[in-house]
Design a protein around this ligand. Structure first.
Ligand code: 13P
Length: 292
């Protein structure tokens, strides 16, 4: 089916107590694997792109991969732009076929962040796509953004309400104690903050920094309003390690298709595990029936 808008999908997730998995794609194989995993579980999925992945490939190539796999599939698929500070790139994505865009102006003071996010709101409206914006500073490294632990700022619930009221977001990214990349110690996720922010904003929350969180943490965050969970680092590791492992176990096999198939199967299994964990299994038919 054609790519879908993120807004009604995440609202369905929030209202029904599940989260849609959002994976940062790397190439065509990982794109195909995430949609195949969703299809096997009859679940919706978000294929998202870091800005540097778009710079490496191109808008045209990424849209053609995601559209191709989505069009052949009966489950809802979103193409979303992850953290982006560049308005020109954001508009180019909306224009090229992304069905959701993210502005990350979270390093700026509240009013400036809101001002820039409002400009992205206009872009989202112009192209009829979903939108995510961020308030508060999420720890760790994502793309070219690095937030040290001492610089991270948890999102204030009252500011979150002002921000969300002004922006009508599909997804609200906020800092609640999670971090991009692998956790060094035990993550300290502020579940009360998630609940309070969700009660005030009634906006589906995007939980960033999904790699390394426990099943219990996912379940508690989702029960309190996390409707989109982002996974990137875990795929990077599976992508490299499955390739290396295959070669180590089959040192004489120089058939690239067997090698990339090992990588594809490992990525797909990882995607399926997260989709199921987030409660996505079997959600596609009910969502599609409601959306029709
Ligand atoms: P991880 O890299 O920790 O999985 O976080 C991904 C993310 O939040 C992308 O925005």
């Amino acid at each position: 089916m054609p790519l879908v808008n993120m807004k009604p999908l995440l609202r369905d997730a929030m209202d029904n107590g599940y989260a849609v998995a959002a994976f940062n794609l790397v190439d065509y194989g990982t794109t195909k694997a995430m949609v195949a995993a969703a299809e096997e579980l009859n679940a919706p999925v978000i294929c998202q792109t870091s800005a540097k992945t778009i710079q490496y490939w191109s808008h045209r190539e990424i849209v053609s991969w995601v559209r191709t796999v989505a069009e052949d599939s009966p489950v809802p698929v979103v193409l979303h732009l992850d953290h982006c500070k560049d308005l020109a790139m954001i508009e180019k994505c909306a224009q090229s076929g992304w069905t959701s865009i993210m502005i990350d102006a979270s390093a700026l003071p509240f009013e400036e962040n809101l001002e820039i996010s409002k400009r992205v709101r206009e872009i989202a409206e112009k192209y009829g796509v979903g939108m995510e914006a961020e308030l508060g500073q999420i720890m760790g490294v994502e793309d070219d953004m690095h937030v040290a632990e001492e610089d991270s700022v948890l999102t204030d619930p009252d500011d979150a309400k002002r921000f969300c009221d002004a922006l009508d977001l599909s997804a609200f990214a906020c800092a609640v104690g999670t971090a991009h990349g692998y956790y060094k110690g035990e993550p300290k996720v502020d579940f009360d903050r998630i609940q309070r922010i969700n009660a005030l904003t009634r906006t589906p929350m995007a939980l960033h920094g999904g790699t390394g969180l426990s099943d219990e943490t996912f379940a508690k965050a989702i029960a309190r309003g996390a409707a989109k969970v982002n996974i990137s680092t875990n795929l990077k590791h599976v992508f490299v390690e499955s390739f290396v492992k295959y070669h180590e176990e089959n040192p004489k096999d120089y058939e690239p298709l067997r090698l990339i198939d090992a990588q594809y199967q490992a990525s797909k299994a990882m995607f399926a595990g997260f989709i199921e964990k987030f409660g996505g299994k079997g959600r596609a038919p009910a969502y599609l029936a409601k959306a029709a």
